[in-house]
Design a protein around this ligand. Structure first.
Ligand code: ADP
Ligand code: MG
Length: 691
């Protein structure tokens, strides 16, 4: 029922809740499928029930009392002639108490718990007995407190009735598949309003033809949208940037203090090929932490610059950006100087005067390379001729930010080439479906001379041993990271924890400089701490800011991660990658705490086990996907990529292959159907897939 009590408010609470849940268009409502179903079609006898059953029975109230022990509750006893059941309500209104007065005939529905005092139900639903029974199963939808089931159910059925659900599949395309329900309306009606004859099990079975139909619809929409954005990009043009013999690219190779690995050479070649074409590159460079992606990016930038274009490198944090900046300046400026070119630096915390200077350098083209944070994509930043945009740790950026960087040269009708870098490899199934439109280069070897990092799981109760280990590393002239977890609910608690650890370590390690880095620190202070650590004066760095640890200090040989059970798998892997960068034998200690329960949760255990068992970033990514599922893996909330709601990439491979094959034919021969189909399924979100 609409909430009529809310005075003057334009929207009622349930209406607002619908919008919040994204249930706006009729089709959104129609696609909001039930979480589960309840069988309210029958009234049973308590005598025939089993522990744990969700049961509906009718009987007479024989007692109704408020008791205060162990806490205030309404306790009602109902007798159905075959047995009795005690109902407990911990929150209740006087009206409820009245409606359950002794002698009333009620219909009760809830989960039965057996016990030594007989049947019980906690917070069952109660109605007057004898009402008409529904003839079909009742759908139960996921919802929020301000949106009652009955309201939502009505809204969904309304949406379903109004939505345009005409068949958008071209004729004959589903014949090769397992049976599907013939049209979307039929499939959805089946799932929202199962007829009285439909058994519960068939609704829950995602192999049912109705489910198959929805999965096929969804995967097709996704493939169409990817293909479309690929085709849209194919008409865009970028400058063809060819490496010149003896040019900047070769000179840079000459001044590097190391030889490229074979993998770096191979991916460098792949990138150079793309740059040489006048089609925009859209390439992901993936490589494990420490595999040397930065230098590959620098070499690509050298090609662009040599061809007379600008390059930009955007990193997610100021510290990371600055680290790139220093490295690139070190390598490039000696080569730039004779040509009068500069490397510009852009960040949010920069002084206005410096910023203005940098903006002028960028606009005039004197800055051949621009390095910075999100500041790079601000409107104020006008490039003269951006030819190559590089995004480091691309998964940390939102889609809108990637789009903004690509749109920097829009006025000229050109697109910069785009190189994205990530240490989190995309598993193959995801690459096929979400990133069908992306070329991938992989660095699959680490530079020589690295020693594998030994990973140890140690219970928090054995901290003293860890401190001992830190001492011995420091005695060898090495440095140590100590990472404290982010506690999402409370940044303050976070800080207290890190501060305490910092104090304890300072006390335990007299004469050693122990630094503290946390997210609330002003940037200059962060930088000061970092430079003491990079410079080697600081022995131990305690940090809460996981991201800021994306630094490169080859002398660091020990990484301690406190409350490792709270970190995600790829996060742990990234952190571990901060050590083992030099030749020294390195270790990573995962300190875990089991809390009050005395044991780790299942997923935490799986993560820590994976960390101890493998150092291979691809294997880690595969297990991460297994543990978390693709939605979280993609960081969907920030990426804006529409998640698959119905299909499961791991099991629906046949449907995925079908959709991939069908998409090009459908775009060519049935463009109106294709457009209708993606609009229906992706709505405004399809734009995001293009980033
Ligand atoms: P990531 O891929 O994690 O971004 P970086 O680019 O930061 O890795 O490289 C890690 C370290 O390895 C850096 O100190 C870099 O200079 C060094 N490095 C890169 N390539 C090589 C190589 N071929 N041989 C030796 N050291 C290398
Ligand atoms: Mg890097």
């Amino acid at each position: 029922m609409p909430d009529t009590k809310a005075p003057k408010a334009a929207l009622s609470e349930p209406q607002k809740a619908l919008i919040k849940l994204g249930l706006v268009r009729d089709i959104d409502l129609a696609l909001h499928l039930p979480l589960r179903y309840e069988d309210e079609t029958r009234v049973v006898k308590l005598r025939d029930c089993r522990e744990g059953d969700t049961a509906q029975f009718e009987g007479t109230v024989t007692a109704c009392d408020v008791t205060y022990r162990p806490r205030r509750q309404l306790v009602v006893t109902v007798d159905d002639g075959s047995d009795t059941c005690v109902l407990r309500f911990f929150n209740f209104y006087p009206s409820q108490q009245k409606s359950l007065a002794v002698g009333t005939q009620v219909r009760v529905r809830g989960e039965l718990k057996g016990g030594f005092l007989g049947w019980q139900m906690v917070h069952p639903t109660c109605k007057p007995a004898g009402g008409e029974l529904p003839t079909a199963l009742t759908p139960v939808y996921s919802t929020v407190a301000s949106l009652p089931q009955t309201y939502l159910r009505k809204a969904v059925l309304g949406g379903l009735a109004r939505a345009d659900l005409s068949d958008t599949f071209p004729p004959g395309v589903t014949e090769a598949l397992k049976p599907l329900v013939g049209a979307p309306r039929e499939a959805l009606t089946f799932l929202h309003q199962p007829g009285p004859e439909v058994p519960l099990a068939s609704l829950e079975d995602r192999n049912h033809p109705a489910w198959q139909r929805l999965k096929a619809e969804e995967l097709l929409a996704q493939q169409l949208s990817q293909l479309q954005s690929k085709r849209e990009r194919e008409v865009l043009r970028s400058p063809a940037l060819a490496a010149k013999p003896g040019g900047l690219h070769e000179q840079l190779l000459g001044v590097l203090p190391f030889q490229l690995t074979a993998a770096q050479r191979r991916v460098g070649e792949e990138i150079a090929q793309d740059l040489g074409r006048n089609l925009p590159m859209h390439r992901l460079l993936q490589g494990d932490v420490g595999s040397g992606k930065t230098v590959v990016a620098a070499l690509a930038a050298a090609i662009a610059i040599d061809a007379g274009w600008q390059g930009a490198l955007m990193a997610p944090t100021e510290i990371l950006a600055e680290q790139h900046f220093r490295k690139l300046i070190g390598w490039l400026e000696p080569l730039f100087a004779p040509k009068g070119l500069r490397v510009a630096w852009l960040t949010g915390s920069q002084k206005k005067k410096e910023r203005t200077e940098m903006l002028a350098l960028i606009a005039s083209g004197e800055a051949a390379l621009v390095v910075g944070t999100h500041a790079v994509i601000q409107d104020l930043v006008q490039f003269k001729n951006l030819g190559l945009a590089i995004i480091d740790e691309q998964h940390r950026f939102g889609v809108a930010q990637r789009l903004a960087l690509r749109a920097k040269m829009k006025d000229t009708g050109q697109e910069p080439h785009l190189l994205m870098m990530s240490a989190t490899p995309i598993p193959r199934t995801l690459a096929m479906s979400y990133y069908a439109d992306l070329d991938v280069s992989t660095i699959d070897e680490l530079p020589p001379g690295r020693t594998p990092v030994i990973t140890k799981l140690i219970a928090d109760s054995r901290r003293d041993e860890v401190t001992q280990r830190i001492r011995s590393q420091l005695a060898e002239g090495r440095q140590v990271y100590w990472v404290c977890p982010l506690i999402e609910e409370s940044e303050a608690l976070d800080l207290t924890n890190a501060t305490a650890t910092h104090e304890a370590l300072s006390a335990a390690l007299p004469g050693v400089m122990v630094g503290l880095l946390h997210s609330r620190m002003p940037v200059p202070e962060k930088k000061a701490v970092m430079s003491l650590f990079t410079g080697g004066q600081m022995g131990v760095l305690v940090s809460t800011t996981v991201i800021e640890v994306g630094v490169d200090v080859p002398n660091a040989s020990l990484m301690v991660i406190e409350h490792a059970e709270r970190f995600g798998l790829s996060q742990l892997h990234q952190l571990r990658g901060r050590v083992g960068r030099g030749a020294a034998a390195s270790a990573c200690i995962l300190l875990f705490s089991t809390g009050e329960s005395g044991r780790l949760g299942e997923t935490a255990r799986a993560r820590l086990k994976a960390m101890a068992e493998t150092a291979d970033g691809f294997e880690i990514a595969r297990r991460d996907l297994e543990i978390r599922g693709p939605g979280e893996f993609l960081g969907a909330r920030q990426s804006g990529a529409p998640l698959l709601r119905f299909a499961d990439l791991a099991t629906d491979t046949e449907l995925l292959a079908w959709a991939r094959q069908l998409a090009p034919m459908m775009l060519d021969r049935y463009p109106e159907l294709a457009e209708k189909h993606t609009a229906r399924w992706l709505g405004g979100k399809s734009e995001f897939l293009k980033a």
